[in-house]
Design a protein around this ligand. Structure first.
Ligand code: SF4
Length: 333
């Protein structure tokens, strides 16, 4: 099997043969190539190989890419096939797109053993991201050998694989009757999401470092409470709607606009692609509600001078939901 020349030291693995086969079967002559930021440096090497082996023109998408929800539809118009690397396919994607998942190569046994040492119970849910979903059986085995009753949620919501979570979808974790969770993966956003979506304790096992830690959602909750309190003093709100196909939530945005107006606020729908501070600055809104990727309000809050709320946080702000019923914002389809 031909392996793409991911950059030196890359922890990812890519099956180039299957990409070439899929391009052949579609009779593609012009190929678009898109990947999230962590894989962008690998794109010239992959583009060079596809071009060398097929003689096709390959065009790399230079715009930011945040998820499977974020296909470069403008590039797709220019090519026969758009190859989207690094994410599992979501439902209802354009015919032209092919999704190529990229797998992490690390052995996760050490991280899982270290994570198991931090667990307090024996009835545990196992969660991961798409990059490690092929190794979840290995993690399950390690936990079983340690006498832990580990369970994996069936695919649901936006998840294509058992136990998979996305930043906007925690259905596989919520579906389990367990006492705590072990998240296998890197970063803090997904385990925070599991903790807030389930209300349970979450241990992170990071295969990149082999280390484990317990996630504490309290600092995030304090920040969110502060943002809601700041926003309460404002009268005018932008309701942000993303142009990205898998983040475009018109129905939610219109519901939030109506709710705000019914509570005496001035609400404006704003349609945009990448949500960035300078774009909002020019519009001059003192507060905003983001109906786009939950990371905009929850992970990137520090980037904005104005309070940026999720739809559920706005409901709390206007008194339609109690703080005790705080819910993590999820996009289930
Ligand atoms: S909406 Fe956000 S978390 Fe969900 S798939 Fe897109 S980028 Fe990922």
């Amino acid at each position: 099997m031909d392996r793409a020349p991911l950059t030196a030291g890359s922890s990812f693995d890519l099956d180039l043969d299957s990409i070439l086969e899929r391009l052949r079967s579609r009779g593609a002559r012009k190929v678009g190539l898109q990947a999230p930021e962590g894989l962008k440096r690998d794109l010239p090497g992959i583009a060079g190989l596809i071009s060398e082996k097929t003689g096709h023109e390959v065009v790399i998408s230079g715009d930011p890419c945040y998820g499977a929800c974020d296909l470069d539809l403008i590039l797709a118009e220019e090519v026969d096939v758009l190859v989207h690397l690094g994410h599992a396919e979501l439902e209802e994607q354009p015919e032209k797109a092919i999704f190529v998942e990229v797998r992490m190569k690390e052995d996760l046994k050490e991280a899982v053993r270290n994570g198991a040492a931090l667990l307090k119970s024996k009835k545990v849910g196992l969660s991961t991201t798409v990059q490690h979903s092929h190794q979840i059986g290995q993690a399950l085995q390690v936990l079983k050998e340690l006498g832990i009753d580990a369970r994996i949620g069936e695919p649901c919501g936006r998840a294509k694989y058992p136990g998979q979570v996305l930043g906007c979808s925690y259905c596989t974790a919520r579906s389990l009757d367990v006492e705590e969770y072990l998240f296998v993966g890197t970063g803090r956003f997904h385990p925070l999401g599991i903790a807030l979506a389930t209300g349970k304790r979450v241990v992170i096992a990071d295969p990149a470092t082999g280390e484990a830690a317990v996630i504490d959602p309290e600092p995030l909750l304090r920040q969110r409470f502060a943002a809601i309190s700041r926003a309460w003093y404002e009268r005018r709100f932008a309701v942000l709607v993303s142009k990205k196909p898998g983040q475009r939530r018109w129905e939610t945005a219109r519901r939030i606009k109506e709710l705000g107006e019914a509570k005496g606020r001035e609400m404006f729908l704003v349609y945009l692609d990448n949500i960035e501070p300078d774009r909002l600055l020019n519009l001059g809104f003192p507060a905003a509600v983001s109906t786009a990727c939950p990371r905009v309000a929850l992970d990137d809050a520090a980037k904005y001078d104005i309070p940026m709320l999720t739809p559920q946080e706005f409901e709390i702000m206007v008194g339609d939901r109690a703080w005790q019923d705080y819910e993590f914002d999820e996009i289930e389809r």
